[in-house]
Design a protein around this ligand. Structure first.
Ligand SMILES: [Zn+2]
Length: 129
């Protein structure tokens, strides 16, 4: 488990550094820009940046959450069936909350749902004609 914790801490540090670097760059860009750059381009870039930041923040939150669960000894169990998640899986995807069995069951049912809604849609289109 220590191995996974180290992995998470490393990723957290990397993410924090990344976010900090971006925020710093963003501020710098702003003071340098003036009126020279088309504001709509600037706007788009800022939106993209914010979107990326959102994703990074979400990931950071996930890591912190996992670390917290590790502290309270609640880490590494499947949320669906309560079984231990294999260490190999945790090393590959430390933020996962499901064991491989439940994950694949869920993916299968999601896939089935997609197929079903597609079939539904097709039949609707056909009945319209
Ligand atoms: Zn499970």
């Amino acid at each position: 488990m220590e191995e996974i914790k180290r992995l998470l801490l490393e990723e957290k540090a990397a993410l924090l550094a990344d976010i900090r670097e971006k925020t710093g760059k963003q501020n710098k860009t702003h003071s340098d820009i003036g009126d020279a750059i088309d504001s709509s381009v600037e706007e788009q870039e800022r939106e993209l940046e914010l979107l990326l930041q959102d994703r990074e923040q979400a990931r950071l939150k996930g890591i912190e959450n996992a670390l917290q669960r590790m502290e309270s000894d609640d880490f590494g169990y499947c949320e669906e069936c309560g079984e231990d998640i294999s260490k190999k899986r945790l090393l590959a995807v430390p933020l996962t909350r499901m064991c491989i069995n439940c994950q694949s069951t869920e993916e299968r049912s999601r896939l089935a749902q997609n197929v079903f809604s597609r079939a539904d849609y097709t039949s609707q289109v056909l009945s319209d004609e």
